[in-house]
Design a protein around this ligand. Structure first.
Ligand code: FMN
Length: 376
């Protein structure tokens, strides 16, 4: 246990969180519906999906969908991704003007380099481009609260991790408020284990900077274990939060114990899984907000994969998953809720969660297919 670097109320620049957790940016998932449903269940801070700079600059419907935030959705980071300082900087300004409390630059997604469009995690092997973007965004927004999402390295070649530190040095010089580091390499994408050792190395280099840790958080026990065994200030909850907005209140409860390295077994001894009526309420709320944002047809498509993830807490998970797979409309969604969630009963704990059913990624989802937006 490190114990030395865990402020009870972690800070991101001027923002103080009342718990050290954050709902991740998740392309195709973390729209305002997912964020608000999570906040109502204890999530203190949330991040948008990665928003393409060029889409933000185009305006129109893509822009309206992208900058969707309201007064129930604070503090919130708007995350921008792009390859060119001249487009990322004005796009970041649009997010700032739209009311996001923090602007997060995505240097993490394993997006393939298409022609010249080197985005996301590519910055870890093109440091000059990354530095130019960092400077352009700070110039465009001299007083804004800025953060950066990174990976621990581009790959496992001996020099690769050095680039992370080159970028971080400039990040602190430019007075960015925090870094979020996904402890996998860009080449790993989402497979294999995250190497949490990187957090100790970062803390040794930067003792007083806000560090948000990411990678392999599939339950509240994982989140508290990261906090108690590594020197991160805040835990970024990604795949573990999809279809599981209760993870935040569970993590808060587990944090109030003095368990050094809690396991799922400890979690299960302390807390019950959500009942079927708690699940039904979250599912109904989630669809309702999604429908107001996206319209019924797109909400139906987005919510299908969400429903499949929620279903893992149902005692009859395989049938419920199948039922969600066939949903296309509000009427069909409501009918699944009536059929499978009408009678209250205890929920179940899923087996320790392998990321099997979220087999898409940031890369797959920053496309018009889900967001109804047009990247150029
Ligand atoms: C479907 C999917 C979409 C993602 N979209 C984003 C995104 O838009 N922005 C971002 O910073 N990270 C994104 N990520 C990365 C996650 O936020 C997180 O860093 C990663 O999944 C590692 O955490 P985990 O192992 O606990 O899931 C995405 C990951 C997945 C699986």
């Amino acid at each position: 246990m490190t114990g030395t670097h865990q402020p009870l109320n972690p800070r991101i620049g001027p923002i103080t969180l009342d718990a050290p957790f954050c709902q991740a940016g998740l392309a195709g998932y973390s729209d305002r519906a997912m964020r608000v449903v999570a906040r109502r269940r204890g999530c203190p801070y949330a991040v948008t999906e990665a928003l393409l700079d060029t889409v933000l600059l185009q305006g129109g419907k893509g822009l309206a969908n992208s900058i969707d935030i309201n007064d129930q959705d604070h503090p919130c980071a708007g995350q921008v991704i792009g390859s060119d300082p001249d487009t990322v900087a004005p796009a970041a300004r649009i997010l700032h003007q739209a009311g996001y409390d923090v602007i997060d630059l995505n240097f993490a997604c394993p997006v393939k380099k298409i022609k010249n469009k080197a985005r996301g995690g590519h910055m870890l092997r093109d440091v000059p481009r990354g530095l130019a973007i960092l400077r352009a965004v700070r110039d465009a927004l001299p007083h804004a609260t800025l953060t950066v999402s990174l990976r621990r390295a581009f790959d496992d070649q001996p020099d690769s991790q050095h680039n992370l530190f080159l970028l971080c040095n400039e990040i602190w010089k430019l007075n960015y408020a925090a870094v979020r580091v996904h402890a996998r390499t860009v080449e790993q994408k989402y497979a294999g284990h995250a190497d949490w050792n990187i957090f100790h190395q970062l803390r040794n280099h930067y003792p007083n900077r806000t560090l948000i840790g990411s990678g392999d958080i599939f339950s509240a026990a994982d989140a508290v274990r990261m906090l108690r065994t590594t020197p991160v200030d805040i835990v970024w909850i990604a795949r573990g939060a999809i279809g599981n907005p209760w993870i935040f209140s569970q993590a808060r409860a587990l944090l109030s114990t003095n368990l050094t390295s809690p396991t799922d077994h400890d979690l299960h001894a302390l807390i019950h899984p959500p009942t079927l009526h708690q699940q039904r309420d979250a599912l109904a709320e989630h669809f309702d907000i999604a429908m107001h944002i996206h319209g019924e047809s797109l909400a139906g498509r987005r919510m299908r994969k969400m429903g499949i993830k929620y279903a893992r807490f149902h005692p009859n998970a395989p049938d419920v998953k199948q039922a969600f797979i066939n949903v296309r409309s509000l009427r069909e969604w409501t009918s699944v809720l009536e059929q499978h969630y009408h009678t209250n009963a205890p929920g179940v704990w899923p087996p320790h969660n392998a990321p099997d059913e979220v087999n898409s990624s940031c890369e797959d989802n920053i496309t018009p297919a889900d967001n109804n937006i047009t990247p150029n």
